[in-house]
Every structure is written in C-alpha cells, then in structure tokens.
Design a protein around this ligand. Structure first.
Ligand code: OOB
Length: 547
C-alpha cells in the first residue's frame, strides 16, 4: 500500500534508474536477513553495555514486526517514531521496514506542536516513544498527542516504566515462537520497494517541518552510495552522535550505510566532547558525522582530552556552512581527514571524496554521490547562470523525490513543473565540479535596497581568530529598512568588539554597506535540534532587544 499523497518519479526515469542499478527493487526490511546470513555473529550495534549481533538484530526486528502486526498495524500505516540514539531505535526502524509500516522520523526534541500536527498530517496510527528522556515525560506527552489525533492511535513505549494503556516495546521484541516460520510469513508480506519506506522531516528552521516520503528503492541507493563514497566496509566502526532520526546520521551513510557495509554502529545519545572521545577510544571508532557547531567543540577540546583518537580516519561535517578556516583546523586537531557533506532530507547528497586534496576538502562541499543526480544553478529569473556564478540550486535525481507528502500547493512552490526541487540554497559550482554553498537564497539582509548575504558575512567573520561561531541576521531599522546584526560566540579567553569586526572586514576589502552594525556576544548561539544555527530564535532575540 502507498500512503496517499506521496509523489512518485515519472515511469521513464524509473526505468532508467532501475537499468542503471540505482534501484534494486529489494524491500529494505529484507536486508536485515541478508546482513545476518553473511555475518550473523558479528557485532552490529553497540549502545553502552548493550552489544547486538547482526543475528540479534534480525531476530528482534522480526519479533517486533510480528508484535506490531498483532496490534493491527499493517503496510502503509504510519507511526511517529521518537526515540533517542539507543539500540531500540534501530530495531524499531527495521521492524517497521520489514512490515511496510512507515516510521516518521521525529527528533527527541520535538514536542506537542510538532507531534500533533505531523501526526494528524500523516494519519499516524501509533507513537513510539521512550518512557522519559532528558526531563520530559514522553509517555504523558504521547498520550496527550494520541488522544487529540483525529483517528485512534496506540502509544508504544521503550523503557522500564511502561504505564497501563501503553504497549511495552521491549516485551514485543522478546516474544517466543518459531523464528523460521515468522521470517517466512514476513517475507511473504514484504512491501513493494517502490513504496514509501520512511518519512523524513525537512530541515527548515521556520514553521512545522514538511514530510518527505523516501521509498525503499531510493533510500537504499542513498545509503549504499554514501557508504561507497566514504569507503565504508566491514572494518568501519561508525559513531552516531547526531540524532539518528536525522537523514545525516541515519543514512548518509550513517547507521544504515555502516550496517549495509558490514561495519559496526556505536550509538551515543550526546555529542559532548568527553563522551565522544571516550567512545572513540573504547570502540576504535573509524568514522563519525557532525554539524559544524558540534565539530567545533570537538576541535576546541581535543588537545586536552587525554584520549587515544588514533582509530578515527574520517569525520563527515555538514548540515550548515563550515568556513574554510575552521575546516582546516579539524584534521590536525582530531588526527583524521575531513569529508564535507552537503545534504538534505529531500534527497541530494554531495560529498568531498575520502582522499580529497585539502583545497577541495576545506573549501568545497563536494560533488553529488550519483552520476544520475542533476544540478542546475539558476538566477532570480529562473535561467541558468554562467558557469561558476552563484545562484539557486535546483536538483533532480534517483533519490530526490518529486514532492512533499500531501501538500500539493506547497509542492507547486518548492518544485518546478518538470520535477526539479528548489533547494533555496545559494551555491556556485567550481571548475572542478564541486559545490560551494554560499548561503540561503532568502537569507538576505536588505539594507537600503542593497542585498547582503548572511552566509557571506558569516564565512568572513568566522575567519577572525577571536571567533568560534557566528551568525548574521537582519535587525529592522526605520532609516535603512534592515541592518546587519552579528551574533558571535568567541573563542575561550578572547574578546571581540564591533570595531574589531568592522576593521577585519574592511581590511579584507568588504563593501562598507555589508559591515555589521550591531554585535551581540553570546556564551552559546541557539541551535536547532540537529545543531544548526537557529536563525528564528536569533531574530526573536533581536526583537526582544538583545539577549
Ligand atoms: C541536512 O539535511 P536537512 O534536511 O536537515 O537540511 C538541508 C539543508 C540544505 O538545504 C542546506 O540549506 C543546509 O541544510 N545544508 C548545508 C550543508 N549541508 C546542509 N548548508 C551549508 N553547508 C552544508 N555542508 O542537513 C543533511 C542531510 C544529509 C547529510 C548532511 C546534511
């Protein structure tokens, strides 16, 4: 069954993608047994003291899949999945995939507003939540959301304190029965690989996220290609520290890419440097991924951590702009190579190669992972810009769906009639074919009619030795409309004044109208749940008159 409202690819292109081997027509749930057959007794998932082999994963996922079916869940039904980075996340996801139940990848930080509106939008039949997490009573929250949904919805709980009326997920995973018969029954009912496998949420920092249906076919290709580009194999030990519900840590290549390659996944529910460095040392981690704000903290803390980080080969950094200056510090500080990644829940992923020269790895966001990705850089008139010039990136391809789920009016804005997704990102393509992200098309500050790109200012300011992290936003002004307000976190032991910023930018030959006219130094910049600069909260701070 296909959830109504998912937008498929045109038939002729679907044929091309199949013939090219991008789409393999295998339901994602069936991979669990393929993996288990090849490497059953190898450890697949590590979560603190818990170690699950590939066979454990397959057996538990099947048991849970059968348990979910017993609750009345069937292929095409949707479930809000809100779990932190714990081993149960992997089993619940695989169980859903096995059954064709579509998990909606909510973040642990989401609350009633997001759960209720997205739950209603997808017609969720259940919520899967922890009993409690970081001071939030998720059972209570899920109960309230379930009661307010238009249709009936079950609350499934992972934890020790499952309340009456809720379903104990761990008990469902432990059920007895004949695993062979269970496996055959689930194989017979396997979903169609062209159907939606997971619903991802768009990464926008304003409004409720949009829902993106990713099919079994397109998502398998997504993590398989990312894993290849990142050189993942059986010796890979991947550390997941960003929320695993996010496309980056889930499948780019992330958890699913590492498992597909036969590696091992280590789950950590926090990106705090001490916890990360301890896990790298204890588990011999070879690769991990982070947003720039997180990797910056690692760079600052690595020198004094006293841990052996020598197993680390690659760190994947993406999600928001990484300045070349910060990029250059990552390798020396962590003793590994940097791979930049420019990706989106909507599809397209670009990576710098695992062995890229520094000028590519430090100053670009890499090239598309698929030869079938199409990229078009257009000006405000919608026409392609001359090669090398900045413009908005439009994209299509074998793992970039043709629309958001169930919002035709939004799709008419976000997608062109011939299926290009308008990323809203301002990019340029280097002569070597690499993408450089320059900012957001709409993230412009309009000072007396002069358009100033926030991204451009942020990149320049990040190069100052005093600056750890910077974000530029518009502050309304009666005279010139908007002025540039700069928010900065300074490096330990440093100070920064507006004059310092103005002087540094003027020395770089930056036009006077672009120079920030207000500076706010904060101990921490606000971030979205995944760790990107939260411009909406910064604008709220501006409106509130400062901090
Ligand atoms: C990842 O996915 P989303 O869906 O949370 O956000 C996508 C948006 C992009 O359109 C772009 O605006 C921004 O995040 N972005 C970057 C970037 N990578 C993503 N902006 C500048 N530089 C980069 N390297 O963020 C995501 C998904 C998969 C892999 C990596 C990131």
């Amino acid at each position: 069954m296909r959830p109504e409202g998912a937008v498929p690819w045109p038939e002729d292109l679907a044929r091309v993608y199949r013939a090219a081997g991008c789409w393999r027509d295998r339901p994602l749930g069936s991979l669990v047994w393929e993996w288990a057959e090849r490497r059953g007794d190898r450890v697949a998932v590590v979560d603190g003291g818990h170690r699950l082999t590939y066979l454990d994963l397959a057996l538990r996922s099947d048991a849970l899949a059968e348990g979910l079916a017993g609750l009345g869940l069937a292929a095409g039904d949707t479930v809000l999945l809100q779990l932190p980075n714990r081993w149960e996340f992997v089993v619940v996801t695989l169980a859903c995939l096995r059954l064709g139940v579509v998990p909606v990848m909510m973040l642990p930080a989401h609350r009633e507003h997001e759960l209720a509106s997205i739950g209603a939008h997808v017609g969720a039949k259940a919520l899967v939540v922890p009993d409690g997490w970081r001071g939030c009573d998720h059972q209570e929250l899920a109960r309230r959301v379930a009661d307010a949904l238009p249709g009936p919805a079950r609350v499934l709980v992972v934890g020790d304190e499952v309340r009456p009326g809720c379903v104990d997920v761990r008990a469902l995973m432990r059920r007895g029965g004949d695993p062979g018969r269970r496996r055959r029954r689930l194989d017979e009912r396997a979903p169609d690989p062209s159907d939606v496998a997971v619903f991802l949420l768009s990464g926008g920092t304003t409004g409720v996220p949009k829902v993106i249906g990713r099919t079994h076919n397109d998502y398998e290709y997504n993590f398989r290609r990312c894993a290849e580009v990142c050189g993942f194999g059986p010796d890979t030990v991947y550390l997941a520290v960003l929320p695993v519900a996010h496309n980056f840590a889930l499948a780019s290549p992330g958890v699913l890419g590492a498992l597909h390659a036969g590696g091992r996944v280590v789950l950590l529910p926090t990106p705090r440097p001490e916890a990360v460095f301890a896990a790298v040392e204890a588990e011999g981690v070879t690769a991990t991924s982070a947003v720039p704000a997180v990797v910056l903290k690692w760079v600052e803390a690595a020198g004094s951590c006293g841990r052996d980080l020598s197993s680390l080969r690659h760190v994947h950094v993406g999600g928001s702009v990484l300045s070349p200056e910060v990029a250059a510090r990552i390798g020396p500080a962590l003793g590994c190579r940097l791979q930049q990644v420019y990706g989106m829940a909507e599809g397209l992923i670009c990576y710098t190669p695992a062995d890229a020269p520094d000028e590519v790895a430090h100053a670009t966001q890499g090239s598309p992972i698929s030869a079938y990705d199409e990229l078009l850089v257009v000006g405000p008139d919608g026409r392609p810009v001359p090669p090398g010039e900045p413009g908005e990136l439009l994209t299509r391809g074998p793992y970039t769906p043709r629309g958001y789920f169930g919002v035709p009016a939004q799709n008419a804005v976000s997608f062109t009639p011939d299926g290009w997704y308008r990323t809203g990102d301002l990019v340029r393509i280097t002569p070597g074919g690499d993408v450089v992200v320059c900012g957001r098309v709409k993230d412009l500050i309009n000072r007396a009619g002069e358009k100033i790109s926030a991204g451009e200012i942020e990149t320049l300011v990040q190069e100052m030795p005093e600056v750890a992290e910077a974000a530029a936003v518009a502050v309304p002004d009666p005279e010139v409309g908007e002025r540039v307000c700069l928010f900065v976190r300074v490096r330990p032991g440093r100070t920064l004044t507006l004059d310092d910023v103005a002087g540094a930018l003027a020395a770089r030959g930056v036009a006077a109208f672009k120079i920030p006219e207000r500076l706010e130094v904060l101990d921490e910049l606000p971030h979205t749940p995944i760790g990107k600069p939260d411009k909406k909260r910064l604008l709220d701070l501006v409106a509130a008159g400062g901090r």
